[in-house]
Design a protein around this ligand. Structure first.
Ligand SMILES: [Zn+2]
Length: 451
Protein backbone atom coordinates (compact mmCIF):
# COMPACT_ATOMS: atom_id res chain seq x y z
CA UNK A 1 0.00 0.00 0.00
CA UNK A 2 1.35 3.39 -0.96
CA UNK A 3 0.79 5.19 2.31
CA UNK A 4 2.28 8.54 1.46
CA UNK A 5 0.86 9.25 -1.98
CA UNK A 6 2.50 12.63 -2.27
CA UNK A 7 3.41 14.56 -5.40
CA UNK A 8 5.78 17.52 -5.34
CA UNK A 9 2.94 20.02 -5.59
CA UNK A 10 0.65 18.33 -3.03
CA UNK A 11 0.20 19.68 0.47
CA UNK A 12 2.97 18.43 2.76
CA UNK A 13 1.88 15.48 4.95
CA UNK A 14 3.52 17.15 7.97
CA UNK A 15 0.46 19.41 8.07
CA UNK A 16 2.30 22.72 7.64
CA UNK A 17 -0.06 23.78 4.85
CA UNK A 18 2.85 24.37 2.47
CA UNK A 19 3.58 22.41 -0.71
CA UNK A 20 5.58 19.23 -0.22
CA UNK A 21 8.40 20.48 -2.48
CA UNK A 22 8.75 23.67 -0.45
CA UNK A 23 8.49 21.89 2.90
CA UNK A 24 9.70 18.43 3.86
CA UNK A 25 10.54 16.83 0.49
CA UNK A 26 14.32 17.34 0.75
CA UNK A 27 14.47 16.01 4.29
CA UNK A 28 12.33 12.97 3.39
CA UNK A 29 14.44 12.13 0.34
CA UNK A 30 17.60 12.54 2.35
CA UNK A 31 16.27 10.21 5.07
CA UNK A 32 15.20 7.57 2.53
CA UNK A 33 18.66 7.68 0.93
CA UNK A 34 20.47 7.38 4.27
CA UNK A 35 18.30 4.52 5.53
CA UNK A 36 18.69 2.76 2.18
CA UNK A 37 22.47 3.16 2.34
CA UNK A 38 22.69 1.34 5.67
CA UNK A 39 20.42 -1.47 4.48
CA UNK A 40 21.62 -1.71 0.89
CA UNK A 41 18.73 -0.47 -1.19
CA UNK A 42 19.81 -2.30 -4.37
CA UNK A 43 19.31 -5.74 -2.85
CA UNK A 44 15.85 -4.86 -1.57
CA UNK A 45 12.55 -6.35 -2.68
CA UNK A 46 9.76 -3.99 -3.76
CA UNK A 47 8.14 -4.49 -0.36
CA UNK A 48 11.39 -3.71 1.41
CA UNK A 49 11.71 -0.47 -0.55
CA UNK A 50 8.17 0.46 0.41
CA UNK A 51 9.00 0.05 4.10
CA UNK A 52 12.19 2.09 3.75
CA UNK A 53 10.28 4.87 1.98
CA UNK A 54 7.60 4.95 4.66
CA UNK A 55 10.24 5.08 7.37
CA UNK A 56 11.94 7.90 5.45
CA UNK A 57 8.73 9.89 5.68
CA UNK A 58 8.37 9.21 9.41
CA UNK A 59 11.90 10.36 10.02
CA UNK A 60 11.97 13.26 7.54
CA UNK A 61 8.68 15.04 8.20
CA UNK A 62 9.18 18.02 10.43
CA UNK A 63 7.61 17.88 13.88
CA UNK A 64 5.43 20.53 15.45
CA UNK A 65 7.31 20.35 18.74
CA UNK A 66 10.84 19.17 19.06
CA UNK A 67 10.93 15.42 19.69
CA UNK A 68 13.63 12.79 19.64
CA UNK A 69 13.26 10.94 16.35
CA UNK A 70 16.20 8.54 15.93
CA UNK A 71 18.44 9.58 13.03
CA UNK A 72 18.11 7.72 9.69
CA UNK A 73 21.30 5.68 10.21
CA UNK A 74 20.02 4.35 13.55
CA UNK A 75 16.61 3.58 12.07
CA UNK A 76 18.28 1.81 9.11
CA UNK A 77 20.51 -0.27 11.37
CA UNK A 78 17.60 -1.34 13.60
CA UNK A 79 15.33 -2.07 10.64
CA UNK A 80 18.03 -4.27 9.13
CA UNK A 81 18.34 -6.27 12.35
CA UNK A 82 14.56 -6.59 12.61
CA UNK A 83 14.37 -8.00 9.09
CA UNK A 84 17.19 -10.46 9.65
CA UNK A 85 15.60 -11.82 12.81
CA UNK A 86 12.15 -12.14 11.22
CA UNK A 87 13.57 -13.77 8.08
CA UNK A 88 15.39 -16.23 10.26
CA UNK A 89 12.16 -17.13 12.12
CA UNK A 90 10.32 -17.60 8.86
CA UNK A 91 12.98 -19.78 7.29
CA UNK A 92 12.93 -21.96 10.42
CA UNK A 93 9.08 -21.90 10.23
CA UNK A 94 9.16 -20.98 13.91
CA UNK A 95 5.48 -20.06 14.47
CA UNK A 96 6.04 -19.65 18.22
CA UNK A 97 8.72 -17.02 17.70
CA UNK A 98 6.51 -15.11 15.25
CA UNK A 99 3.64 -15.17 17.75
CA UNK A 100 6.14 -13.85 20.28
CA UNK A 101 6.80 -10.85 18.00
CA UNK A 102 3.07 -10.16 17.84
CA UNK A 103 2.83 -10.35 21.65
CA UNK A 104 5.75 -7.96 22.07
CA UNK A 105 4.06 -5.58 19.66
CA UNK A 106 0.89 -5.79 21.74
CA UNK A 107 2.87 -4.87 24.85
CA UNK A 108 4.20 -1.77 23.07
CA UNK A 109 0.69 -0.89 21.90
CA UNK A 110 -0.33 -0.76 25.55
CA UNK A 111 2.75 0.87 27.05
CA UNK A 112 3.50 3.75 24.71
CA UNK A 113 0.93 6.54 25.09
CA UNK A 114 0.87 7.51 21.41
CA UNK A 115 0.37 3.90 20.35
CA UNK A 116 -2.70 3.57 22.57
CA UNK A 117 -4.66 5.36 19.90
CA UNK A 118 -4.07 2.56 17.41
CA UNK A 119 -7.17 0.49 18.06
CA UNK A 120 -10.12 -0.93 16.13
CA UNK A 121 -13.68 0.33 16.76
CA UNK A 122 -14.89 -3.21 17.41
CA UNK A 123 -18.28 -2.08 18.73
CA UNK A 124 -19.24 -1.14 15.18
CA UNK A 125 -19.13 -4.83 14.36
CA UNK A 126 -20.79 -6.13 17.48
CA UNK A 127 -23.34 -8.32 15.78
CA UNK A 128 -23.17 -11.22 18.20
CA UNK A 129 -21.86 -13.53 15.48
CA UNK A 130 -19.05 -15.92 16.31
CA UNK A 131 -16.77 -14.87 13.51
CA UNK A 132 -16.94 -11.16 14.26
CA UNK A 133 -13.15 -10.86 14.13
CA UNK A 134 -13.22 -12.23 10.62
CA UNK A 135 -15.64 -9.46 9.59
CA UNK A 136 -13.40 -6.83 11.11
CA UNK A 137 -10.25 -8.05 9.40
CA UNK A 138 -12.17 -8.27 6.14
CA UNK A 139 -13.35 -4.69 6.63
CA UNK A 140 -9.83 -3.51 7.44
CA UNK A 141 -8.31 -5.20 4.40
CA UNK A 142 -11.04 -3.61 2.30
CA UNK A 143 -12.53 -0.14 2.30
CA UNK A 144 -11.99 0.73 5.95
CA UNK A 145 -8.35 -0.20 5.84
CA UNK A 146 -6.71 2.79 4.23
CA UNK A 147 -7.82 5.23 6.90
CA UNK A 148 -6.79 2.84 9.64
CA UNK A 149 -3.35 2.37 8.10
CA UNK A 150 -2.64 6.07 7.62
CA UNK A 151 -3.78 6.89 11.15
CA UNK A 152 -1.71 4.05 12.57
CA UNK A 153 1.39 5.22 10.68
CA UNK A 154 0.90 8.74 12.03
CA UNK A 155 0.57 7.38 15.58
CA UNK A 156 3.81 5.43 15.08
CA UNK A 157 5.55 8.62 13.92
CA UNK A 158 4.36 10.58 16.97
CA UNK A 159 5.30 7.70 19.24
CA UNK A 160 8.85 7.59 17.86
CA UNK A 161 9.06 11.36 18.28
CA UNK A 162 7.68 11.76 21.78
CA UNK A 163 7.51 8.40 23.60
CA UNK A 164 10.62 6.87 25.18
CA UNK A 165 12.05 3.75 23.54
CA UNK A 166 14.87 1.30 24.08
CA UNK A 167 16.59 0.02 20.95
CA UNK A 168 14.89 -3.37 21.30
CA UNK A 169 11.51 -1.70 21.51
CA UNK A 170 12.21 0.31 18.36
CA UNK A 171 13.04 -2.98 16.67
CA UNK A 172 9.63 -4.43 17.57
CA UNK A 173 7.92 -1.24 16.45
CA UNK A 174 9.69 -1.32 13.09
CA UNK A 175 8.75 -4.98 12.67
CA UNK A 176 5.13 -3.94 13.22
CA UNK A 177 5.50 -1.03 10.81
CA UNK A 178 6.79 -3.45 8.20
CA UNK A 179 3.75 -5.70 8.67
CA UNK A 180 1.46 -2.70 8.39
CA UNK A 181 2.99 -1.35 5.18
CA UNK A 182 3.14 -4.57 3.16
CA UNK A 183 -0.12 -6.02 1.78
CA UNK A 184 0.77 -9.66 2.52
CA UNK A 185 1.57 -9.16 6.19
CA UNK A 186 -0.92 -6.43 7.11
CA UNK A 187 -3.26 -9.06 8.60
CA UNK A 188 -0.62 -9.77 11.28
CA UNK A 189 -0.68 -6.15 12.36
CA UNK A 190 -4.50 -6.05 12.34
CA UNK A 191 -4.67 -9.20 14.48
CA UNK A 192 -2.21 -7.79 17.02
CA UNK A 193 -4.21 -4.57 17.28
CA UNK A 194 -7.47 -6.46 17.47
CA UNK A 195 -6.25 -8.61 20.38
CA UNK A 196 -4.96 -5.53 22.13
CA UNK A 197 -8.26 -3.72 21.57
CA UNK A 198 -10.25 -6.56 23.11
CA UNK A 199 -7.84 -6.77 26.07
CA UNK A 200 -8.14 -3.01 26.63
CA UNK A 201 -11.92 -3.07 26.62
CA UNK A 202 -12.02 -6.00 29.03
CA UNK A 203 -9.46 -4.48 31.40
CA UNK A 204 -11.05 -1.02 31.28
CA UNK A 205 -14.51 -2.43 31.93
CA UNK A 206 -13.20 -4.35 34.91
CA UNK A 207 -11.35 -1.36 36.37
CA UNK A 208 -14.40 0.83 35.85
CA UNK A 209 -16.73 -1.52 37.68
CA UNK A 210 -14.22 -1.71 40.55
CA UNK A 211 -14.32 2.05 40.80
CA UNK A 212 -18.10 2.13 40.79
CA UNK A 213 -18.11 -0.51 43.53
CA UNK A 214 -15.59 1.39 45.61
CA UNK A 215 -17.54 4.65 45.57
CA UNK A 216 -21.09 3.34 45.39
CA UNK A 217 -23.78 5.86 44.64
CA UNK A 218 -22.53 8.31 47.23
CA UNK A 219 -19.63 10.04 45.59
CA UNK A 220 -20.38 10.51 41.90
CA UNK A 221 -17.70 13.13 41.38
CA UNK A 222 -15.10 10.79 42.87
CA UNK A 223 -16.08 8.20 40.30
CA UNK A 224 -15.64 10.65 37.45
CA UNK A 225 -12.22 11.73 38.66
CA UNK A 226 -10.95 8.15 38.61
CA UNK A 227 -12.65 7.41 35.32
CA UNK A 228 -10.46 10.03 33.71
CA UNK A 229 -7.32 8.06 34.43
CA UNK A 230 -8.93 4.96 32.91
CA UNK A 231 -9.73 6.94 29.79
CA UNK A 232 -6.12 8.04 29.57
CA UNK A 233 -4.89 4.48 29.83
CA UNK A 234 -7.50 3.10 27.42
CA UNK A 235 -8.53 5.77 24.89
CA UNK A 236 -10.47 3.10 22.98
CA UNK A 237 -12.73 2.56 26.00
CA UNK A 238 -13.49 6.26 26.05
CA UNK A 239 -14.31 6.16 22.35
CA UNK A 240 -16.65 3.23 22.83
CA UNK A 241 -18.41 4.77 25.82
CA UNK A 242 -18.79 8.07 24.06
CA UNK A 243 -20.41 6.43 21.04
CA UNK A 244 -22.68 4.53 23.40
CA UNK A 245 -23.47 7.45 25.65
CA UNK A 246 -24.45 9.80 22.88
CA UNK A 247 -27.45 7.60 22.28
CA UNK A 248 -28.35 7.77 25.97
CA UNK A 249 -27.89 11.51 26.45
CA UNK A 250 -30.73 12.68 24.25
CA UNK A 251 -33.62 12.38 26.76
CA UNK A 252 -31.71 14.60 29.23
CA UNK A 253 -30.76 17.16 26.58
CA UNK A 254 -34.35 17.26 25.40
CA UNK A 255 -35.77 17.66 28.91
CA UNK A 256 -33.39 20.55 29.59
CA UNK A 257 -33.91 22.20 26.20
CA UNK A 258 -37.67 22.08 26.49
CA UNK A 259 -37.72 23.33 30.06
CA UNK A 260 -39.01 20.11 31.58
CA UNK A 261 -35.96 20.28 33.79
CA UNK A 262 -35.43 23.90 34.71
CA UNK A 263 -31.75 24.59 34.72
CA UNK A 264 -30.50 27.15 37.20
CA UNK A 265 -27.06 28.64 37.69
CA UNK A 266 -25.92 31.84 39.46
CA UNK A 267 -25.93 35.05 37.44
CA UNK A 268 -22.16 35.58 37.64
CA UNK A 269 -21.52 32.34 35.78
CA UNK A 270 -23.33 33.53 32.63
CA UNK A 271 -23.20 37.33 32.78
CA UNK A 272 -20.65 37.60 29.95
CA UNK A 273 -22.89 35.39 27.84
CA UNK A 274 -25.87 37.61 28.56
CA UNK A 275 -23.88 40.60 27.29
CA UNK A 276 -22.78 38.66 24.21
CA UNK A 277 -26.34 37.64 23.45
CA UNK A 278 -27.62 41.17 23.91
CA UNK A 279 -24.92 42.76 21.75
CA UNK A 280 -24.29 40.09 19.18
CA UNK A 281 -27.66 38.59 18.64
CA UNK A 282 -29.58 41.83 18.74
CA UNK A 283 -27.99 42.51 15.37
CA UNK A 284 -29.03 39.29 13.83
CA UNK A 285 -32.59 38.46 14.82
CA UNK A 286 -33.68 37.99 11.29
CA UNK A 287 -30.78 35.79 10.33
CA UNK A 288 -31.30 33.62 13.39
CA UNK A 289 -34.98 33.26 12.71
CA UNK A 290 -34.53 32.56 9.04
CA UNK A 291 -31.84 29.93 9.58
CA UNK A 292 -34.04 27.51 11.39
CA UNK A 293 -32.31 24.36 12.45
CA UNK A 294 -29.01 26.11 13.01
CA UNK A 295 -27.93 25.27 16.50
CA UNK A 296 -27.91 28.64 18.27
CA UNK A 297 -24.97 27.85 20.52
CA UNK A 298 -22.81 27.68 17.42
CA UNK A 299 -23.18 31.40 16.99
CA UNK A 300 -19.60 32.65 17.41
CA UNK A 301 -19.71 35.51 19.98
CA UNK A 302 -20.98 33.14 22.64
CA UNK A 303 -18.11 30.75 22.16
CA UNK A 304 -15.64 33.62 22.46
CA UNK A 305 -17.01 34.61 25.85
CA UNK A 306 -17.27 31.08 27.15
CA UNK A 307 -13.81 29.91 26.09
CA UNK A 308 -11.56 32.88 25.39
CA UNK A 309 -13.34 35.19 27.82
CA UNK A 310 -12.86 32.64 30.59
CA UNK A 311 -16.48 32.34 31.69
CA UNK A 312 -16.19 28.56 31.41
CA UNK A 313 -14.24 28.46 34.70
CA UNK A 314 -17.30 29.83 36.48
CA UNK A 315 -19.98 28.18 34.41
CA UNK A 316 -18.63 24.64 34.30
CA UNK A 317 -18.72 23.77 38.05
CA UNK A 318 -22.15 25.35 38.40
CA UNK A 319 -23.70 23.39 35.57
CA UNK A 320 -22.08 20.15 36.78
CA UNK A 321 -23.47 20.81 40.26
CA UNK A 322 -26.89 21.50 38.88
CA UNK A 323 -27.03 18.27 36.91
CA UNK A 324 -25.77 16.34 39.94
CA UNK A 325 -28.62 17.75 42.01
CA UNK A 326 -31.16 17.09 39.26
CA UNK A 327 -30.13 13.43 39.33
CA UNK A 328 -30.85 13.26 43.07
CA UNK A 329 -34.28 14.80 42.67
CA UNK A 330 -35.41 12.90 39.66
CA UNK A 331 -37.98 10.13 39.94
CA UNK A 332 -38.05 9.02 36.32
CA UNK A 333 -35.55 6.17 35.81
CA UNK A 334 -34.88 6.79 32.14
CA UNK A 335 -34.30 10.49 32.70
CA UNK A 336 -32.13 9.83 35.71
CA UNK A 337 -29.85 7.50 33.81
CA UNK A 338 -29.76 9.91 30.90
CA UNK A 339 -28.75 12.77 33.21
CA UNK A 340 -26.06 10.51 34.68
CA UNK A 341 -24.65 9.90 31.22
CA UNK A 342 -24.76 13.61 30.46
CA UNK A 343 -22.77 14.27 33.62
CA UNK A 344 -20.15 11.67 32.73
CA UNK A 345 -19.91 13.09 29.25
CA UNK A 346 -19.41 16.64 30.47
CA UNK A 347 -16.86 15.77 33.14
CA UNK A 348 -14.84 13.03 31.48
CA UNK A 349 -14.98 13.19 27.72
CA UNK A 350 -13.08 16.13 26.37
CA UNK A 351 -14.10 16.21 22.77
CA UNK A 352 -16.05 18.27 20.27
CA UNK A 353 -19.38 16.92 21.42
CA UNK A 354 -18.66 17.80 25.03
CA UNK A 355 -18.07 21.37 23.90
CA UNK A 356 -21.30 21.40 21.90
CA UNK A 357 -23.23 20.15 24.93
CA UNK A 358 -21.65 22.79 27.13
CA UNK A 359 -22.56 25.53 24.69
CA UNK A 360 -26.13 24.28 24.53
CA UNK A 361 -26.45 24.36 28.32
CA UNK A 362 -24.80 27.76 28.47
CA UNK A 363 -27.24 29.11 25.90
CA UNK A 364 -30.14 27.61 27.80
CA UNK A 365 -29.08 29.28 31.05
CA UNK A 366 -28.66 32.67 29.39
CA UNK A 367 -32.09 32.43 27.82
CA UNK A 368 -33.60 31.52 31.18
CA UNK A 369 -32.27 34.74 32.68
CA UNK A 370 -33.65 36.82 29.81
CA UNK A 371 -36.98 35.01 29.71
CA UNK A 372 -37.73 35.02 33.41
CA UNK A 373 -37.27 38.70 34.18
CA UNK A 374 -37.76 40.33 36.58
CA UNK A 375 -35.00 38.73 38.62
CA UNK A 376 -34.91 39.76 42.27
CA UNK A 377 -31.89 39.03 44.43
CA UNK A 378 -33.10 40.38 47.77
CA UNK A 379 -30.01 39.09 49.62
CA UNK A 380 -27.91 41.32 47.35
CA UNK A 381 -30.43 44.13 47.42
CA UNK A 382 -30.77 44.27 43.64
CA UNK A 383 -33.54 43.65 41.16
CA UNK A 384 -33.11 43.28 37.42
CA UNK A 385 -36.39 44.26 35.78
CA UNK A 386 -35.43 44.31 32.09
CA UNK A 387 -32.49 43.16 29.92
CA UNK A 388 -30.97 46.64 30.08
CA UNK A 389 -30.71 46.33 33.88
CA UNK A 390 -28.05 43.64 33.47
CA UNK A 391 -26.01 46.38 31.82
CA UNK A 392 -26.70 49.00 34.50
CA UNK A 393 -23.33 49.89 36.04
CA UNK A 394 -24.75 50.70 39.46
CA UNK A 395 -26.74 47.49 39.79
CA UNK A 396 -23.82 45.38 38.55
CA UNK A 397 -21.42 47.02 41.01
CA UNK A 398 -23.84 46.37 43.83
CA UNK A 399 -24.13 42.73 42.81
CA UNK A 400 -20.33 42.41 42.65
CA UNK A 401 -20.04 44.02 46.07
CA UNK A 402 -22.51 41.53 47.46
CA UNK A 403 -20.50 38.58 46.04
CA UNK A 404 -17.39 40.03 47.64
CA UNK A 405 -19.11 40.29 51.01
CA UNK A 406 -19.86 36.56 50.68
CA UNK A 407 -16.18 35.75 50.23
CA UNK A 408 -16.53 35.26 46.48
CA UNK A 409 -13.79 37.60 45.35
CA UNK A 410 -13.03 35.77 42.10
CA UNK A 411 -16.68 35.73 41.09
CA UNK A 412 -16.95 39.43 41.89
CA UNK A 413 -13.83 40.11 39.84
CA UNK A 414 -15.29 38.22 36.91
CA UNK A 415 -18.53 40.22 37.08
CA UNK A 416 -16.55 43.48 37.02
CA UNK A 417 -14.31 42.23 34.18
CA UNK A 418 -17.14 41.28 31.84
CA UNK A 419 -19.02 44.46 32.68
CA UNK A 420 -15.95 46.52 31.86
CA UNK A 421 -15.33 44.77 28.54
CA UNK A 422 -18.87 44.21 27.29
CA UNK A 423 -21.44 45.91 29.49
CA UNK A 424 -21.49 49.31 27.86
CA UNK A 425 -21.92 48.02 24.32
CA UNK A 426 -24.69 45.70 25.47
CA UNK A 427 -26.47 48.57 27.26
CA UNK A 428 -26.84 50.54 24.04
CA UNK A 429 -28.36 47.54 22.27
CA UNK A 430 -30.57 46.59 25.18
CA UNK A 431 -32.13 50.04 25.36
CA UNK A 432 -33.10 50.09 21.70
CA UNK A 433 -34.16 46.48 21.22
CA UNK A 434 -35.57 45.36 24.51
CA UNK A 435 -38.72 43.66 23.26
CA UNK A 436 -36.95 41.73 20.53
CA UNK A 437 -34.42 40.40 23.02
CA UNK A 438 -37.04 38.79 25.19
CA UNK A 439 -38.78 37.46 22.13
CA UNK A 440 -35.54 35.96 20.92
CA UNK A 441 -34.83 34.31 24.26
CA UNK A 442 -38.25 32.68 24.15
CA UNK A 443 -37.79 31.56 20.58
CA UNK A 444 -34.49 29.91 21.40
CA UNK A 445 -36.19 27.82 24.06
CA UNK A 446 -36.98 24.33 23.00
CA UNK A 447 -34.43 24.24 20.21
CA UNK A 448 -33.07 20.71 20.40
CA UNK A 449 -29.80 20.21 18.60
CA UNK A 450 -29.21 17.05 16.66
CA UNK A 451 -26.25 15.33 18.22
ZN1 LIG B 1 6.29 19.46 5.74
Amino acid sequence: MDIFQVERNDGCPCGSGRKFKRCCQDRVEDAVRRIGQVIGMSGCTAEGREIIETLGFLSGLQAEDEGHMPDPETLGKILKEAWEEEDDMRSRKDEGALRGLSLQLQVLLGEKPYLRHIRVPVWLFDSGEDDEDFDIVEYLTGTGGYLFVTEAVESIRLSLLYDDYTEDEVKILLTGLGWLVVDDTRGLFFQSVLYKTRCDLLAAGKEASEIFEKYGDENKLGVYEEMRSIFQKYPVYKKMLSADMLKGINPAVKAISQGEIKINVPLYSVLGGIYAIISGLADSFTSVFSRRGVFPALIPPLEDVLLDGGELIFFFPEVVNFIGEAIQENRDDELESSLGKLLVYLTCLHDEIQLTLLKLLYMRCICTFLDELPLALPEAGVEFGAPKDFCDGKLVQQYAGYLESQGMAEEAGHVRDVYRSMGEQARVKAETQEKELVKLARALFGEVPVL
